[in-house]
Write a protein that binds this ligand. Structure first.
Ligand code: C2E
Ligand code: MG
Ligand code: MG
Ligand code: MG
Length: 288
């Protein structure tokens, strides 16, 4: 198409492509070094019970501090890590670091770790999980793995076997970004799932005219029937939290409560979050 618009456009297009490819190669090279140079760290975002405001868990979210690029977000480097296969080693690091951190937390507070479909499908995945639990002493019931619906799309038999194996070891399974992918409600009945995470795109427009509230209500209804917990992602306002709370959503995660913070801030969050919550919602929820 660029060619049809004339020579000048064509050259410009080619140069853009060249720059894009070079940028991409440089990012790959830096990413390769990042792991051995220990430039990744995990930040933790609280999941807060809508029933009593307690912190029930934290989601571990990767952060890359590059000495040359500064702070690189997962949206930029995860796709490259997946395309090159580096996500397997990075994901293994995240799993180990998250379990090590969570083993120090009080009570039954859980840690949720994101698992790329690529990592999930490797033959070492179950061993990696066992190794992380073994090395850190974390109880399996305090580990929740977050997968997306895309893992259901192929190698269904292996996926099913892996999920049942994780379940039988007491590890919890959460479906991340629910509603955005190739969602099919039949997955919920077929695969062992402990939790659904409603994607933040539905929460963002919860009070809009475009039916997002209806979608959320339908997800909450089916989850309740199947005894699946529901976390709403991306909750930024008290109004959104209230809408979810009166509809018996289990817990919320979002900037209203806190963004992901470094591990050192976790004890402070465990104390502060319930206080803030009770200021926001002094009365227990009533059903409408
Ligand atoms: P996700 O698993 O859906 O994580 C939630 C994302 O939403 C996080 O972005 C979080 O910072 C952001 N978020 C939380 N609350 C709010 C809010 O109220 N408003 C808005 N606008 N955003 C909110 P983050 O940390 O940039 O991570 C992006 C994605 O990268 C994650 O989405 C996950 O898919 C992936 N990711 C992060 N860490 C890992 C990891 O260790 N392994 C793998 N495979 N993927 C990871
Ligand atoms: Mg997640
Ligand atoms: Mg998510
Ligand atoms: Mg999401």
């Amino acid at each position: 198409r660029a060619k049809a618009r004339g020579k000048g456009t064509f050259h410009l297009f080619e140069r853009d492509l060249e720059i894009t490819q070079r940028t991409r190669r440089e990012l790959e090279a830096d990413l390769k070094l990042a792991l051995q140079r220990d430039e990744f760290e995990l930040h933790y975002q609280p999941l807060t019970s809508l029933r009593d405001g307690r912190v029930v868990g934290f989601e571990a979210l990767l952060r890359w501090r590059s000495p040359t690029r500064g702070f690189v977000t997962p949206a930029e480097f995860i796709p490259v890590a997946e395309a090159t296969g580096m996500i397997v080693a990075i994901g293994r690091f995240a799993l180990m670091a998250a379990c090590r951190e969570a083993a120090r937390w009080p009570g039954q507070i859980r840690v949720a770790v994101n698992i790329s479909p690529i990592q999930f499908r490797t033959s070492e995945f179950l061993r990696d999980i066992a190794a992380a639990l073994q090395a850190t002493g974390l109880e399996p019931g305090r580990l929740e793995i977050e997968i997306t619906e895309s893992v259901f799309l192929d190698k269904t038999a292996i996926t099913m076997a892996n999920l049942h194996e994780l379940r039988s070891r007491g590890i919890r399974i959460a479906l991340d970004d629910f509603g955005t992918g190739y969602s099919s409600l039949s997955y919920l009945a077929k695969f062992p799932v402990d939790k659904i995470k409603i994607d933040r795109s539905f929460v963002r427009d919860i009070d809009g005219e475009d039916g997002n509230l209806a979608v959320i209500e339908a997800i909450l209804a089916i989850a309740q029937k199947l005894s699946i917990a529901v976390t709403a992602e991306g909750v930024e306002t008290a109004e959104q939290a209230q809408v979810l709370r009166v509809r018996n959503c289990s817990d919320i995660q979002g900037f209203l409560i806190s963004p992901a913070r470094p591990a050192a801030e976790i004890p402070g969050l465990i104390e502060r979050v319930p206080e803030d919550f009770h200021r926001l919602f002094p009365a227990p929820p009533r059903s409408e």
